[in-house]
Design a binder for this molecule. Structure first.
Ligand code: BGC
Length: 451
């Protein structure tokens, strides 16, 4: 029977700023996304949307967890809002903030849903940004302290911690081209420094989590970047796709997995690094490389990949190539070769921490939300993921992005990624057809994908 590994964790994912709302309740401090959305001088977000209310999960989490239960979900990957826990990032702890996550975690556990906790999914306390954010090395101990507070508080309840979500997106979109908070446009040298600070911050957090929670917990990081798949199933072409995935060439180094993972795991940069990275790397003392911590697992967010031919060139998409609503290419093969190549390079177990697509969903006349494209997407991508497991890639679980439609950063509420529809005028939740399809996948541990 074509099934996924035993105890495979089938889940969904979301992030604090994208779904919680309650942006200024119960002592929460401001985050850079609050500031970015409320910027009086510029409209950074489509339609002027904000995460002030979002899906209101802060108040509705019990109903949401009940719905997760009816769908048979086994895991929920959520993120903690740093300014809810420590309003100024580095000072007093806000007990009300901890209390919210206490209740959420307890509710999940009571329903046999494994909580997967991400510590940083982009909502940095504004007070830390005022001091330079991820460009100021003072953030390393501040992040470590925040991680330790959470590990101490949740030990025995949370087994999987993920330190940082997609440092590449923060760096490139937030500090490089400025379309995400904090909206800066810095040089490549500065971006290289930020990557190094992220790597040191992950390492500091991992050490401190392990020191208080010990062997009971697994600590990972969730990087992102370019993942390639071969045009043809030949050894040469597969090798070319592997090399293209981890190439730090000048025009693409910032959006690669290895810009972070090589630091953490190999304690160096790849030979393909461009001049800006090499210049910065020359200033890193050996004692800093020694501080790097290899994660217990890698979280991978898989959306769209690049096809590479046997010469290593990117293949141009033909007219009419399948697209999602936000115009990302639908490339299921990346779910096979992406994890495979990450495992080949790093030899660590993987979680698929995000995967899904945006659709132009709406409520049909029958009152339901029919989303055949998302069903087809999940079907195709999960069949490819199964190939990766058959090839021996250790995949611990799969988190669909996302449970609810939510705030899609600079695109606001324009993009709907959920398997559950949110009517933003009433905040009512309506499971889409894909939610029931996913329920059947989970119940059969993947067997229905092959019927
Ligand atoms: C991010 C999510 C985002 C999703 C879809 C990932 O890059 O981690 O926060 O909503 O992609 O764009």
């Amino acid at each position: 029977m074509n099934c996924f590994p035993e105890n495979f964790l089938w889940g969904v994912a979301c992030a604090s700023y994208q779904c919680e709302g309650a942006w200024d309740e119960d002592g929460k401090g401001r985050s850079i996304w609050d500031d970015f959305c409320h910027d009086p001088y510029a409209e950074h977000i489509r339609n002027g949307d904000t995460g002030d209310i979002a899906c209101d999960c802060y108040h509705r989490f019990r109903d949401d967890v009940a719905l997760m239960k009816t769908l048979g979900l086994k895991a929920y990957r959520f993120s903690v809002s740093w300014p809810r826990i420590i309003p100024d990032g580095d000072g007093a702890v806000n007990e009300a903030g901890l209390h919210y996550y206490d209740e959420l975690v307890d509710e999940l556990l009571a329903n046999d849903i494994e909580p997967l906790m991400t510590l940083y999914h982009w909502d940095l306390p504004s007070a830390l940004q005022d001091k330079g954010g991820w460009l100021n090395r003072e953030i390393i101990p501040a992040f470590g302290r925040y991680a330790e507070i959470l590990a101490e508080h949740f030990k025995g309840r949370v087994k999987y911690f993920m330190t940082i979500n997609e440092p590449q997106c923060v760096t490139v979109l937030g500090y490089g081209i400025g379309i995400h908070a904090p909206g800066l446009k810095l040089s490549d040298e500065k971006l290289a420094q930020i990557y190094h600070i992220f790597a040191l911050s992950h390492s500091e957090a991992q050490r401190r989590i392990k020191a208080v929670a010990g062997a009971d917990v697994q600590v990972g990081i969730v990087p992102c970047g370019r993942l390639c798949y071969p045009s043809m199933n030949t050894p040469e072409n597969k090798e070319a796709a592997y090399r293209a995935s981890f190439n730090l060439a000048k025009d693409r180094w910032g959006f690669t997995f290895n810009i972070i993972l090589d630091s953490l795991i190999f304690r160096r940069y790849d030979d393909s690094a461009p001049d800006a990275v090499r210049r910065f790397a020359a200033t890193i003392p050996p004692s800093e490389w020694e501080q790097m911590e290899t994660p217990d697992f890698i979280g991978v967010n898989v959306y769209s990949g690049d096809e590479v031919d046997c010469k290593g060139d990117f293949v141009r998409r033909p007219a009419g190539f399948p697209l999602t609503a936000n115009k990302w290419f639908v490339t299921p093969e990346v779910m096979h070769y992406g994890p495979l190549n990450l495992y080949r390079r790093y030899g660590l177990p993987l979680f698929i921490t995000e995967n899904g697509q945006s659709c132009n969903d709406r409520i049909f006349l029958d009152g339901k939300v029919h989303d055949p494209e998302r069903i087809d997407f999940l079907h195709r991508y999960l069949r490819e993921l199964h190939k990766a497991t058959e090839d021996g890639t250790p995949i611990l679980g799969y988190m669909q992005w996302s449970f609810l439609d939510n705030f899609e950063w600079s695109e606001g509420y324009n993009e709907r990624f959920g398997i559950v529809y949110v009517d933003y005028s009433t905040l009512q939740r309506i499971p889409k057809d894909s939610a029931f399809f996913y329920r059947n996948i989970i119940a059969s541990n993947g067997a229905v994908l092959f019927e």
